[in-house]
Write a protein that binds this ligand. Structure first.
Ligand code: PHE
Length: 469
């Protein structure tokens, strides 16, 4: 095959698209939830080590392999692995790069629908009533099957929003790389950062809203999130290392087969080293700098530590935060824009989970875009129906998440670095990475990618299995 049919139209566009994939619910809900749960300090040490040993190396690996595959006319992980390894088994290895994002999409889009539904309900004033029981609101909103009705479609039910997010996602995916994904991200990413900064300023100026509870002030809220605590003791906990590595994967969208697909639509001489690093930096800014300073500190100011502990990611976002906004001056407005922010962040991520599937169907089945969009739409919709219907049975979801979101993800990430470090070889890999590059990958990353990252991945994975099987 010759030049790719589709390509990003600008360098900024591809950086914003990759950053859009990375910045998502993970930054504004998952990260603060985990950091608060494991104690800011120790978690951040493990988090930054994982960023250095997993996040950045796999990011460069995916950008490089992706552009390499794209030049040969391949965009799916199967095609790209085949072009690289020239071995019949390569195609099958690459199938994980199709399965993992598609299955994650099936869940993720469901939560995206919550965010959209909450944004609308917040605008209508349903979410900022002081003293209202938001846990019940949430249960009713998501409660497929709770009253015998499987799928409900009122404005206070998630159903209609699931339909809307599907239409939005597949409309833009159908429009393609530059006219769909890139166009959305170019508008959405600046808007997202602007909104997040507005909310951050609001949170940082909350002061001490209730004089009767002088401890519940912003500074203590930040301290609650960021207090280093007993770092040495924290680091002895294997679960913390797993959580930190998992967060790096999830948040940066690395290891899923998503970035490799995006990078395959780069043009020949496009830079990959600096662009990859810029997208990573943008994600970290939105995660540590924005996400880490908004949700947990705000919750602390109004509800104290007791309101946060044990809430988990979704509890924090959809049960705790509405209460927080309800107590805040102009909470109505801030609740609306916060859930709009979550929704925007989620859309740019879910689009990226679909593109590997489209590439796979187009290449694997040889069908054209329209048919592959329709087929993927059907497959994911059936999956989301299951998620929606069975979301009460958290155990079934956990099992799925275990196999797909963790086991297959680790396998895929390890395959990626091994192909780069051992299949291509560091020397050749770096040569390819450096074509058109405006920055060189520091030499130390040769050793990291070849030896340290695979060892670190396998160690964490074995720890994970020991804990969970
Ligand atoms: N990185 C996204 C987030 O932080 C989630 C994501 C995972 C996106 C996997 C693409 C692939 O929410």
């Amino acid at each position: 095959m010759s030049a790719p049919k589709e390509a990003w139209s600008s360098r900024l566009g591809v950086i914003l698209a990759v950053a859009g994939s990375a910045v998502g619910l993970g930054n504004f809900l998952r990260f603060p939830g985990l950091a608060a749960q494991y104690g800011g300090g120790a978690f951040m040490v493990a988090y930054f080590i994982s960023l250095l040993l997993i996040g950045i190396p796999i990011c460069w690996t995916e950008w490089t392999l992706g552009r390499f595959g794209g030049r040969k006319g391949y965009h799916s992980t199967s095609g790209i692995f085949n072009a690289l390894l020239k071995h019949p088994a390569a195609k099958y290895l690459g199938v994980i790069g199709f399965v993992v994002p598609v299955i994650i999409y099936m869940y993720y889009v469901y939560i995206e629908a919550w965010a959209l539904g909450y944004a609308l309900n917040a605008l209508m004033g349903n979410l900022s009533i002081d003293g209202k029981d938001y846990t019940t609101f949430f249960a009713n909103f998501t409660g497929a099957g709770s009253d015998g009705v499987a799928f409900k479609f009122g404005l206070r039910d998630v159903g209609i929003f699931v339909v809307i997010v599907y239409v939005v996602n597949f409309f833009f995916i159908y429009r393609g790389i530059s006219k769909g994904i890139e166009m959305v991200c170019k508008v959405a990413m600046p808007a997202l950062i602007f909104i997040a900064i507005v909310i951050l300023v609001r949170v940082l100026t909350l002061g001490t809203p209730d004089p009767a509870k002088p401890d519940q002030n912003v500074l203590n809220g930040l301290a609650y999130m960021w207090n280093p605590g007993d770092v040495a003791a924290g680091l002895k906990n294997p679960q913390l290392w797993l959580a930190a590595a998992g967060q790096i994967f999830f948040s940066l969208s690395v290891g899923f087969g998503v970035i490799i697909t995006y990078a395959s639509y780069l043009r020949k001489q496009d830079d990959v080293v600096l662009s990859g690093l810029t997208a990573t930096a943008a994600n970290e800014f939105c995660e540590v700098g924005l996400g880490g300073l908004i949700t947990v500190p705000a919750a602390f100011v109004f509800l104290g530590a007791a309101g946060i502990v044990g809430q988990g990611t979704f509890g924090l976002g959809f049960n705790v935060l509405p209460q927080v906004f309800a107590s805040m001056p102009a909470g109505h407005l801030f609740a609306s824009i916060f859930f709009v922010l979550l929704f925007i962040a989620a859309v740019t991520s879910s689009l990226s989970m679909l593109q590997p599937g489209i590439a796979f169907l187009e290449e694997g089945l040889g069908i054209e875009r329209k048919a592959s969009v329709a087929l993927l739409g059907l497959m994911t919709a059936v999956g989301t129906m299951f998620v929606w219907y069975f979301s009460k049975d958290l155990k079934a979801l956990d099992t799925m998440d275990f196999w797909v979101g963790t086991v297959m993800l680790f396998v895929q990430a390890t395959i990626l670095v091994i192909i780069f470090g051992w299949g291509l070889g560091i020397k050749r890999g770096f040569e390819i990475a450096h074509e058109g590059a405006e920055m060189r990958i520091p030499n130390i990353f040769g050793i990291i990618i070849k030896y340290i990252t695979p060892t670190y991945l396998v160690t964490i994975f074995v720890m994970f299995l020991l804990q969970n099987v």
